[in-house]
Design a protein. Structure first.
Length: 199
């Protein structure tokens, strides 16, 4: 196991730690530990802060950031698939996703308040993107075309097509503009296409 991985797993198990604690666990010199910490901090996986650990001056401790959670295995897809499979068996998957769409759209409506047209859709793409969708927005004669080259729901959408209809529902409810999904990565396309009509 690499030194950076050992360091991060230690912080995950033990919480914010000092350089001395990390030196003892890793068996490295202070210079070597500082070098590892610097690299992980620049990558956004760690942050340092001052904490009082007893009497005397506060000590500098290093902790994992929220961004580092993505580096540790999660079982979200399995749980999501199980929930949706049960909803499908109970015949409530459409109603469930309608509620999800409204919840997501409600938050977006607040963020988009006061914006119109291209500015509103540009902001919508930014808020829906999460930095991972690789989305593009182009104006068309009848409205706009949003392309998502990395579908955030790809694996789940392969099993439950209703999930692929979630983005156009959210777009419509958040902007008040009709949206549809004519092409989808689920069908082998390079990107998911969403057509948004002008009023």
């Amino acid at each position: 196991m690499s030194i950076p991985r050992q360091l991060m797993e230690y912080l995950k198990q033990h919480g914010p730690s000092t350089i001395k604690e990390l030196m003892a666990h890793l068996g490295l010199s202070e210079t070597a530990v500082r070098h590892q910490l610097s690299g992980l901090e620049k990558s956004g996986w760690l942050a340092k802060e001052k904490r009082r650990l007893g009497k005397g001056r506060p000590a500098t401790v290093y902790r994992l950031t929220q961004a580092s959670e993505g580096l540790f295995p999660k079982r979200y897809p399995e749980l999501l698939d199980a929930v949706l499979a049960e909803a499908e068996r109970e015949g409530i998957i459409e109603r469930l996703l309608e509620g999800v769409a409204e919840s997501m759209a409600s938050e977006l409506r607040r963020k988009l308040a006061g914006l119109e047209g291209q500015a509103k859709l540009g902001a919508l793409l930014e808020y829906m993107d999460y930095g991972e969708m690789l989305g593009t927005l182009e104006e068309t004669p009848t409205g706009w075309e949003l392309k998502a080259h990395n579908c955030l729901y790809y694996a789940t959408g392969q099993r439950f097509e209703a999930v692929c209809n979630l983005p156009p529902r959210v777009i419509t409810r958040a902007t008040g503009l009709p949206a549809e999904r004519p092409f989808c990565q689920r069908d082998g396309q390079r990107a998911c296409h969403f057509l948004i009509q002008k009023r």
